[in-house]
Design a protein around this ligand. Structure first.
Ligand SMILES: *[C@@H]1O[C@H](CO)[C@@H](O)[C@H](O)[C@H]1NC(C)=O
Ligand SMILES: *[C@@H]1O[C@H](CO)[C@@H](O)[C@H](O)[C@H]1NC(C)=O
Ligand SMILES: *[C@@H]1O[C@H](CO)[C@@H](O)[C@H](O)[C@H]1NC(C)=O
Ligand SMILES: *[C@@H]1O[C@H](CO)[C@@H](O)[C@H](O)[C@H]1NC(C)=O
Ligand SMILES: *[C@@H]1O[C@H](CO)[C@@H](O)[C@H](O)[C@H]1NC(C)=O
Length: 949
């Protein structure tokens, strides 16, 4: 295009323009940004507050190792001594334990009501009868098997050793000498054996119980003596033919035979395998379910040592005779240091809180993308030459940087206030995971933005997504994670949902920080990634792959589903290169002449003449006309019972350079539909238009670089100033350096926005008229070849309007302008040609004078006399013009239409002068037809013929 002085802006120029605009926009939105960034700050502070409260509670004497004052040397001055012996149970946890208590090793023995009995689902007849459960005298069973039954029975005989004889001098020794068990649950350490602190009795397992065999023994725990109940339990050992039989029996006992609500528990079971005189080989079944690990991930102890000792002891006695003994005297926990009780809240609550913090960015990005779409700002930018590539790149980088800054603030602040979640975990790992995630989230927001056209809906859905995925993550996903039986494959599948993959990452980070904090070590390190149980590598892979896929898909949908960003492309638009080869010429005269015949018949000669001109132009290759519309039609399909709406019925129009075409027409005539098609907001149903030889159906992107639009409703950024708007659009039009500054100054001056600092006020503060003028200035900046103005002067005061007209008049010199207006004055002043557009089609076309001549052709004669002289006046008028028509009369005032060809103005003056002698003429006037009269006539005529049709 040799006549375009600047040429289309390069990718860099466009990106630069958009970036500068965004940065200015961001500067203005500083308060919103502060609010956004303060959200994580507040949450971190909240966590810190909770942490301080918890620490404060844990710091209370209630949880500190107990101390007391002891008068050691009898002088009355006492000395503070601390230790577990002065502590309550709550305090004991924080005490140093240099010499832990020794405990007799116990067996895990079921309570009598659960011990194995004969049932219909277990067929062994050697089990006791179920009636023993009523008396509480059921024996506790041990099951045995092995390859040599006679050896097994020998060993079994040595299992239960006889009567418990408590010796008060060495209670621990005598307890160790007999076979004792408990049904209590164990805890995570063995500083306190629950069997001695719970109220449950110890079971003393003997070959045979005598009646009344319950008694109580004193037991020393530290300096305290407790009375411990001991109850006799009869021991029963039963031989089974194979280990699979034992498995079967245990399984049925545990699962209540699948049907009955009856539990059959045993103490333990032994398989002696290939044991003989030279070789002791045994495997032991034990029940690990009873260890108390409810709620925490800590692992409880199991009471296994004693059951191994029983078997070894009986083997030793089998070899050596009953005189020998292998005694397991006691078990003892390892000593421990004094510790302070602490609980890291950031790690406990972290996954939920932090996932909210990070997800919070999603609605922010989503709504600002949708805002530009809803306010039509994106299409406005596009119409002034911003192509999709720079828009995407800059928007992406821009939102990514915002996310990055946000995350940095979050991590730095969290670390500063000392949340272990941040301080213990390796920062480089945090960076990698968070960086990948915010990329994924940004692309996700881009994808979501293609589905929404309304900021409110987008914002609501966005926030539901944030809180929903946080809560679902904490309530559902986390429980799946903790359930080791839940198939890991399904977890990976769930992580495809980005909210869950984020949750997984945070959960693992929190877990490492929490355990690291408790153990006094580190959180996660790079080496920990090799541990497949934390699943961090698959999450990373999922996030990276998803990021690319989502981004591609979002771009694709953005092109294909328009929802306010312009005409959508064909779903296979990326194949267009191949498609174009098949049909090289898009420029061929439209072929649907059949359909337009109906209108051709009704068309006025001037309209069909224009149509013929267009057809002629389409056949010539290099046309000098800037705009050529070829039978453009727009039909809105039938909806909700309403019939199809013909908004534009086959419009043909050709505009040369330097021409301004005015479209007049009543409201709802289809002017805006027409303009919308021309600027690429909607696609024509049929027909097309060529702008400088480029087809609006296919080359809109190229057309945009040479187009200016002043839309009916001002599309402006509330927070940018007039000057910034012009700078931005000027840059998009490839203006640079001094040329840009000059162009901006000039257009500000032209539209009267230069003085009094108006140019540097925010557009949101402008009056309606100022916004209008700014819109016009925007449409003209950068010398576009085609300009569309939709009612440019509405709402302007007369002075500004004149100003504006001068601008447009000056501007139309080397471009084509299409202008819609309701002001006849404006049309007359600005337009070289006018078209009156009624009900979707042009009724007439021509310059204002021609139209007036064609549709006017009369003078309007007004005269006011006394009431009784009306008839005399009418006779007078008939004399001047025989075909005069009276169109109005009221109390002496009358109006006549006088056909121009019959009347000479001089004759009228003469006649009135003469008449004045005969009667009083209070006032009179003679006026030419105005454009307004023409307009009303044409519009009425068209509507009347419509009603006839
Ligand atoms: C089974 O064990 C007994 C000793 O109790 C031994 O005498 C016998 O030989 C063993 N039988 C087999 C088949 O090993
Ligand atoms: C176990 O083996 C013994 C001897 O071989 C046999 O009498 C008994 O029926 C077997 N028991 C079962 C339940 O198979
Ligand atoms: C293991 O111990 C738990 C808890 O006491 C009990 O509910 C369960 O039935 C026991 N399992 C077997 C096979 O005895
Ligand atoms: C113990 O028994 C197992 C299973 O039969 C066998 O694999 C292993 O070799 C045995 N050990 C010895 C020391 O005999
Ligand atoms: C398990 O341990 C917790 C505290 O550690 C205790 O409150 C609870 O009662 C224990 N449960 C049983 C069944 O012992």
């Amino acid at each position: 295009m040799e006549d375009s002085s600047y040429g289309p802006a390069s990718f860099r120029t466009q990106a630069d323009a958009l970036l500068r605009k965004n940065l200015t926009f961001q500067k203005r939105n500083i308060s919103t940004n502060i609010r956004l960034i303060s959200f994580p700050f507040l949450l971190c502070l909240l966590l810190l507050l909770i942490q301080i409260l918890v620490n404060d509670q844990l710091d209370q004497p209630k949880y500190q190792c107990g101390c007391t004052c002891i008068d050691t040397n009898g002088t009355g001055t006492c000395q503070q001594v601390c230790g577990i012996q002065y502590s309550t149970l709550d305090q004991a946890a924080s005490c140093a334990i240099p010499t832990p208590q020794e405990w007799p090793a116990l067996l895990q023995v079921p309570d009598p009501e659960y011990r194995a009995v004969k049932t219909d689902f277990i067929s062994y007849s050697d089990l006791p009868d179920a009636s023993c459960r009523e008396t509480g005298s059921c024996p506790a069973t041990i099951l045995l098997t092995g390859s040599n039954i006679s050896l097994g029975e020998n060993l079994a005989r040595n299992f239960f050793t006889g009567v418990f004889s408590p010796s008060s001098s060495d209670m621990l020794y005598s307890l160790a000498n007999s076979l004792l068990g408990s049904s209590s649950m164990t805890s995570t350490d063995n500083f306190l054996e629950p069997a001695f602190t719970s109220n449950l009795p110890l079971y003393d397992i003997q070959p045979q119980c005598t009646r009344n065999s319950s008694f109580s023994v004193p037991f020393q725990i530290e300096s305290v003596t407790v009375q411990q109940d001991v109850t006799c339990a009869q021991g029963l050992n039963l031989w089974r033919n194979s280990s699979s039989e034992i498995n079967d029996e245990l399984y049925k006992g545990y699962w209540k035979g699948n049907t009955e609500r009856m539990i059959n528990e045993i103490i333990a079971a032994y398989d002696f395998l290939n044991t003989n005189e030279n070789n002791f080989n045994v495997s032991v079944w034990y029940n690990s379910t009873y260890k108390n690990d409810t709620g925490t991930a800590a692992i409880g102890l199991v009471r296994v040592p004693r059951s191994v000792n029983v078997a070894s002891n009986s083997y030793l006695q089998f070899l050596q005779g009953s005189g020998t003994k292998m005694l397991l005297e006691f078990v003892e926990e390892m000593p421990k240091r004094a510790s302070k009780l602490k609980l890291d809240f950031s790690s406990l609550l972290g996954s939920l809180f932090f996932s909210w913090v990070i997800l919070q960015l999603f609605p922010v990005i989503l709504t600002s993308m949708v805002y530009e779409k809803q306010q039509k700002l994106r299409i406005m930018m596009k119409m002034h030459g911003l192509s999709d590539g720079p828009y995407w790149m800059i928007s992406y980088v821009y939102f990514l940087s915002i996310s990055l800054i946000y995350m940095l603030c979050f991590v730095i602040f969290g670390s500063l206030i000392g949340l272990e979640f941040f301080t213990l975990n390796d920062y480089s790992i945090q960076f990698v995971y968070f960086f990948i995630y915010i990329n994924l989230q940004t692309s996700l927001a881009f994808l979501a933005a293609t589905f929404f056209g309304n900021v409110k809906t987008a914002s609501v859905i966005g926030h539901i997504f944030v809180f929903g995925s946080g809560l679902l993550g904490a309530a559902l996903f986390q429980s799946f994670l903790q359930d080791s039986n839940f198939p890991r494959g399904w977890i990976v599948v769930m992580e495809i949902f980005p909210g869950f993959s984020l949750y997984r990452v945070l959960y693992e980070f929190a877990y490492y920080a929490f355990t690291g904090g408790r153990m006094g070590t580190n959180g996660i390190r790079w080496t920990d990634l090799s541990d497949s149980t934390n699943g961090l590598i698959p999450v990373l892979i999922i996030m990276v792959i998803e990021w690319f896929l989502v981004l591609l898909f979002a771009y694709y949908l953005d092109q294909v589903v328009s929802s306010g960003t312009g005409v959508q492309k064909h779903p296979l638009f990326f194949l267009s290169k191949f498609l174009k080869k098949k049909s090289p010429s898009f420029r061929k005269p439209s072929v649907q002449r059949q359909g337009s015949k109906v209108f051709v018949q009704m068309e006025k000669p001037d309209v069909s003449q224009e149509r013929e001109k267009v057809e002629q132009l389409l056949l010539e290759p290099g046309t000098s006309h800037t705009i050529v519309c070829d039978n453009v039609k727009k039909v809105y399909p039938a909806k909700e019972g309403n019939p199809e709406k013909f908004a534009v019925r086959g419009l043909s129009l050709a505009l040369a350079r330097g021409e301004c075409f005015g479209m007049l027409g009543p409201n709802g005539a289809g002017k805006t539909s027409f303009i919308n098609m021309m600027i690429g907001l909607v696609k024509p149903t049929s027909g097309t238009a060529f702008i400088q030889g480029l087809d609006i159906r296919t080359d809109m992107d190229k057309i945009y670089t040479n187009m200016g639009v002043c839309p009916q409703h001002d599309l402006l950024w509330e927070t940018l100033t007039g000057r910034e708007h012009l700078l931005f659009y000027g840059r998009l039009k490839n203006l640079k350096g001094p040329a840009l500054t000059q162009a901006v100054e000039e257009s500000l001056r032209n539209v009267n926005l230069f003085h009094g600092g108006v140019a540097d006020k925010k557009a949101g503060k402008y009056s309606g008229g100022m916004k209008r003028r700014l819109s016009v200035a925007i449409s003209l900046i950068g010398d576009p070849k085609v300009v569309y103005m939709d009612e440019p002067s509405t709402g302007l005061d007369p002075a500004s309007r004149n100003n504006l007209w001068n601008v447009v008049k000056r501007a139309k010199k080397d471009r084509a302008i299409i202008l819609t207006t309701h002001s006849m004055e404006e049309a007359e002043v600005l337009c070289d040609r006018l078209g009156i557009f009624v009900d979707g089609s042009l009724q007439c076309i021509g310059n204002p004078k021609q139209l007036k001549a064609r549709y006017g052709g009369t003078y309007i004669f007004t005269i006011t006399t006394l009431n009784q002289e009306e008839e005399v006046v009418e006779i007078l008028v008939r004399r001047i013009s025989p075909n005069a028509v009276k169109i109005y009369h009221l109390s002496g005032t009358q109006k006549f239409e006088l056909p121009k060809q019959e009347v000479k103005i001089a004759d009228v003056f003469q006649a009135i002068e003469n008449a004045k002698r005969n009667f009083t003429i209070q006032a009179w006037g003679l006026a030419d037809t105005t454009l307004e009269d023409v307009f009303i006539k044409v519009a009425r005529g068209a509507q009347a013929s419509d009603e006839l049709a």
